[in-house]
Design a protein around this ligand. Sequence first.
Ligand code: ADP
Ligand code: MG
Length: 930
Amino acid sequence: MITMSTNEKDNTSLIAKMSVTQLYQKFDTSEKGLSSEQANLLLEKIGKNTIQKGKRRPQWIIFLKNFTSLMAILLWVSGFIAIFAQMIELGIAIWAVNIINGVFSFWQEHAAQKATDSLLKMLPTYTQVIRNGETEQINSENLVPGDIFTIQAGNSISADARILTATSFQVDESSLTGESVQVSKKSEYQHGEGRFAEANMVFAGTIAGSGTATALAVATGMKTEFGKIAKLTQAQKTTTSPLQKELNRLTHELSWIAITIGIAFFIAAIFFVHYPVAKSFIFALGMIVAFIPEGLLPTVTLSLAQGVTRMAKKHALVKELNSVETLGETTVICSDKTGTLTQNQMTVNHLWLPGKEYTVTGEGYVNNGKIELNQQKFDYKNDSDLQQLLEITVLNNNTKIEASQKDSKNTKIIGTPTEAALIVLAEKAGINVDAEIKKVPRLKEFPFDSDRKRMTTVHQIDENHRNIYVKGSLDGILKISDSILDNGQVRSITNEDRQNALDADEQYSKQGLRSLGIAYRTINTKTSSMPANVKDWTLDDTEQHLIFVGTTVMADPPRPEIYEAIQKCHNANIKVIMVTGDGAVTAKSIAVKIGVTSNDARVITGDELSDMTDEQLIGALKGEIIFARVAPEQKYRVVTTLQSLGHVVASTGDGVNDAPALKKADIGIAMGVTGTDVAKDAADMILTDDNFASIVAAIEEGRTVYSNIQKFLLYILNSNVSEAAPSVLFLFSQGLIPLPLTVMQILTVDLGTDMLPALGLGAERSEPGIMDQPPRKRKAHLLNRSIIWKAFAWYGLVASIISSGAYFFVNHLNTGWPAKALAASGLDYREATTMTLAAIVFCQIGAALNCRTQITSLFKIGIFSNHRVMLGILFEICLLAMLIYIPFLQGVFNTASLGWQEWLFLICIPAPLVLVEEWRKKLVRNYLSK
Ligand code: ADP
Ligand code: MG
């Protein structure tokens, strides 16, 4: 697909063919890595290791786009015709409005873009490099050629690099090659077919699928193969979300309705009122302008962006604006247990060995705790079994605990909480963990993965002995154990022994505790059939014939905020399904404890799941259900099946194997703290605190944004009605009632006074009770029947009556109507139209307040709680006052000064509007609570 000069191709293969010594020479480095000074100098010279994504469309094109939509073109043409018809001021005003509207849209889009861009910066990736001979973690942006770095399964590779060492290392290069099969990589040179085929090279933008490797960076940033491709691809692809499509449809429809109404009014003016053509045209123009929903699109974009920013504050980073909308539609959340629903703060509190149980007490990390025996006094040093168990948990462990010097409570874990708990356990027992690790060197590791659910290490004990240490899911470990350590004796394991261990485990699991089985095996290198070189040991050969030692039992309490979050989901009709790698009993116990399911829930284990037909699974998914001991791959099936039932699915994940499910889910959610790069890459949303409650908060925001857009729509539509009503009066009276609102004045409301309060509505906070409603239907329209009714038959109608009333009121004051005819020109007429305008504005003040909630009382959320709406209203009144009192503007907008009686009338408008609506909302609330 991509052509390249032979020169560049040669460069890659040249590096691939070099010996390691040559390579070190070329990059002026060694196995100790670069020095910090070297690295800093290089960084300054060649710049940060970042990819500038394909160029965005130039700003001016985006800018111009705002002036070429159907709506904008309508306004351009209208202005032109107005000028042509000698209404120069009107023409200029329409154009001015169009320009202001365009600039405004541009600015809002820009603000939205900036909001999402800054989110991406909140998510740095890190690389472990070797510099000055020591391992350190740096922001991947600061990686330079010559850096030696380590890669682990789940890492995204951040530079083109030559592999120095590799253990069962596989890479997913699909981002470069489109090929989704993982490729094996090793340190030896081997040339393959095609590009990116060198087996000892890895490339930026690809992802490590399994194994580990160390590599030497040879190119960074835009110099990488990925960077070169990024440079080639032109514009970034933009996708239209369902919401945007719906909005485009809506603006189109409304624009056409506007044109139709305009034409109808044009004809009516000619035939009913016998207006001249030019005048009829201007009259119709007013209607068109009134009904075109200016500002709708940019406001929606801005609302979404504001939603995204608010979500970020609540620990949910959304990658695309579109996801905000989908979040609001979510009907099911498939959630991990460990760390998401629970705190991921493990403490070992029980130990079980054949015939013995210990309760672990004591707090703190270093030595000040002790292990207490339940039945009899016991020192761990006298129990060789216990000693063996602790030895395994210390050595089969990749986690370190760094006590901070300042205060002993503030310790940092480098690794996983599960393993940290085991270290703490050992330290409580008085074992010097660091010394122990130094004493017994590790030869090999089969890392933990969520499919096997265990981890194995091999250690050199003495010249002739190697020990295999295993920890992992108890049921799995019992299956591969054929012996048991029983009071210092190794003997064959019986089914009764297995049952005893499982029974004990069940008792613990019922309390929601998590267990790990511990086992080992000793290899005599002289007599064993295992290969002499540990490198040649396979997983299957190693993880068998084990001697079972016992079980560690740890507590991982639920997050305190989880109870409320789950309750919210129930109220909001969102189903929560726990999908965990942990055991069935533990899973259920926690699920019931935090209220995810009742005690009647069905628990389906991974094994059962693989035997189920799709129909059986569908049946099971309809009831209360928990998935336990499942492999991440099985999550994919659960997600797909739920989607086939019409659900909108949010699913969490953290590991490499979670990626397919995360991609498949409507909202894939990755863990920001414990998640791998792969998971974060595949996800639509990232939780910076790994907390389930943050998902619920994000869903709430998603719902809020959507309902705010509806509030905004209601607000701008209802003023259209009161803008159109005067013209209807004029037409139906066949001109007997002089036009109560001129075209210029319609423009003023539509594009002047209405704008800021409308924007304020887009930023409204969540309405209480928004999480007490079922999720919105996928097919539901933004502009639903209830909004149309409210806009036209309620808010709009009332405002029309009031504003027409104001018009007649002024006529009554000034000309003595109804005894005398209505003023058709002169100061009295201008004062009357000004009054219609002002009355509409004051009705809109009431409407802005009324639109803020759907059914909740305004007094409950606080009349002044949305500052933007308040400022909008203030602005609205100032603008109106300027139009009325500044002589120049009076001329342009055909207005006149109002007197105190008129102001009194105006000021009295909003309060009753709000009170009547409050009463209606109360009736609705009463009805709903029945
Ligand atoms: P969850 O799916 O709830 O996040 P985990 O994936 O953390 O659960 O754990 C699944 C199972 O894997 C656990 O029940 C445990 O038996 C095993 N396990 C977890 N962490 C380790 C580890 N570091 N080493 C060995 N086994 C582990
Ligand atoms: Mg997990």
